[in-house]
Design a protein around this ligand. Structure first.
Ligand code: NAD
Length: 512
């Protein structure tokens, strides 16, 4: 029996499929099978993609199209992508190990819904905001225009490859920009397919370019390229700092969506059945590889032991298994290096005095001998100063921290370098709202977790990022603002030109 050939994918530059001498191998994290090879772009490919994007922008077929026409093309893209959603789901699962439930609902379901939202936003956005007639300093009428920036660079991570790319290309395209995407090394397939669908649906060549490649090579070039006007990045805080540094050379606009260490605050009046499931869902969904996961459970000291028992009993029902099986709850982590890193955090926490009450090791045996599996892990005896409570583990690791009183809960929740998201579990809405106002995080969910709505802004406080994605103002971050002043006074005599061209008598300046 001959082995099936592994498909090879080329990058997309200026509407052309471009190959490269170097290839990246894409591995399914659930069983280590080779899924595909992909042309590996480098700095020269990024230069070519930026040139193609700039040329497309200057031709104006997209950048000067009416918002209505752009919306129509984007709706065609959304419809075609919806038609191809089974293929997109498979591409995401194969690259990043998401379970079929997660990939269907979140990875692709959200991605396509959010793209449609941006198509609608292209039409409803206030491109021209007329200002009132002004009488000071002179009679005039102004209008404030929003215009595309030019070439936008998008650098994206592996956990939600298409969704997090759409959070960038959705508003960028709606605004008329051209885009160069540098996807993560693990997960370039779904955006390559989406870009093909986009061009087949009428997006002009060169408007959307995709250059897979290394972060330090292709990514760094994109972040520093002089013809890129804006860089949008999702990924780790460490790389986010580097992106800012690289972008500063040409003073680019920057949007950063970075890491998190979210608190899940269980109040003493919480519905404990709901809180137990909600805290587990908030931490263990997608094996904890969601930036806004609630990875620190803050629990009243009086409820601590009971709540830990509840968490452990319920978490024991989480079933790891084949990612394409609808009965599977939990998939693998992204790669061997990440598994080692996660297990290292658990070991370090043990050494610091924490107790593992569930999991604490890799899942092995049978099908789990292939792929990168980590058991859902719960740690008690954790204090907020321990490394496992301060750093983003990005794995299925939940720490439980006891507190005494709401003030202490707020202090622990806010004692973090991060500020992406938090949840509060309470049966008292007013109490929940009052606490939410004091939490330093871009999203606070009361009696829920992982609630991201494309109509509402999403992003982080502190070292979780800069700017917001999604929501009605998302296009602000992908546009330049221009104020156009139209003189209504008429005539030379109304002008202050005598400041330069008159004599001081004429403008009443006393002579010394
Ligand atoms: P990462 O920072 O290692 O990589 C993200 C992207 O940056 C990849 O495309 C990578 O190739 C590129 N990159 C790496 N080094 C670069 C460099 N020097 N210059 C330019 N680009 C470079 O992150 P990851 O491991 O892929 O993703 C996990 C992280 O992303 C976690 O910390 C997580 O919290 C964060 N994340 C945040 C959000 C959010 O919305 N805030 C969403 C998802 C993930």
């Amino acid at each position: 029996m001959t082995a099936l050939a592994v498909p090879h994918h080329r990058m997309l530059i200026g509407g052309e499929r471009i190959d490269s001498k170097r290839r990246m191998t894409i591995i399914d994290p659930s069983d280590e099978t080779v899924v595909a090879t992909v042309a590996q772009g480098d700095a020269a490919h990024v230069d070519a993609a930026v040139a193609a994007a700039k040329a497309a922008f200057e031709r104006g077929g997209w950048s000067r199209a009416t918002p209505r026409d752009r919306a129509a093309v984007m709706r065609r893209i959304a419809a075609a992508a919806h038609h191809a959603s089974d293929a997109l789901i498979e591409l995401e699962m194969a690259c990043n190990g998401a379970t079929i439930r997660l990939a269907t609902g979140f990875h692709i379901g959200y991605a396509l819904a959010h793209f449609s939202y941006f198509a609608d936003l292209a039409e409803s956005y206030a491109w021209h905001r007329p200002a009132s007639v002004e009488t000071f300093p002179v009679l005039s009428q102004s209008v404030v225009h929003r215009e595309p920036i030019g070439v936008v660079g998008a650098i994206t991570p592996w956990n939600f490859p298409l969704l997090l790319t759409i959070w960038k290309i959705g508003p960028a395209l709606a605004a008329g920009n051209s885009v160069v995407v540098k996807p993560d090394e693990h997960t370039p397939l779904s955006i390559l397919e989406f870009a093909r669908i986009a061009e087949d649906s009428g997006l002009p060549p060169g408007v959307l370019n995709v250059v897979p490649g290394d972060g330090a090579d292709a990514g760094a070039r994109l972040a520093s390229h002089p013809d890129v006007g804006k860089i949008a990045f999702t990924g780790s805080t460490a790389v986010g700092r580097e992106i800012m540094r690289l972008a500063s050379g040409t003073v680019k606009q920057v949007t950063l969506e970075l890491g998190g260490k979210g608190p899940s605050i269980v109040l003493d009046d919480a519905d404990l059945d709901l809180a137990t499931d909600g805290v587990l869902y908030g931490c263990f969904a997608y094996s904890g590889q969601i930036c806004e996961s609630g990875t620190r459970a803050l629990v009243p000291a009086a409820l601590h032991d009971e709540f830990v028992d509840r968490l452990v009993e319920r978490a024991k029902t989480i079933v790891a298994g084949p990612t394409r099986d609808w009965d599977t709850d939990l998939g693998p982590v992204i790669d061997a290096a990440q598994r080692t890193r996660i297990l290292g955090y658990i070991e370090e926490a043990r050494n610091a005095g924490a107790t593992v009450v569930l999991g604490g090791q890799a899942i092995t045996g049978g099908m789990f001998d292939k792929g990168f599996w980590v058991a859902p892990t719960i740690l008690r005896g954790v204090t907020n100063d321990m490394t496992v409570a301060r750093e983003e583990v990005f794995g299925p690791v939940l720490v439980v921290i006891p507190y005494d009183g709401d003030e202490a809960a707020i202090a622990i929740a806010n004692d973090s370098d991060y500020g992406l998201a938090a949840s509060i579990w309470t049966s008292d809405n007013a109490r929940g709202l009052a606490l939410a106002e004091r939490i330093q995080a871009g999203s606070v969910w009361i009696n829920d977790a992982h609630q991201i709505n494309c109509r509402l802004p999403f992003g982080g406080y502190k070292q979780s990022g800069i700017g917001r994605e999604l929501g009605p103002d998302a296009l602000d971050a992908y546009t330049e603002v221009k104020t156009i002043h139209l003189d209504l006074a008429g005539g030379r005599e109304t002008k202050p030109y005598d400041v330069l061209l008159g004599n001081s008598d004429a403008i009443g300046i006393p002579r010394s």
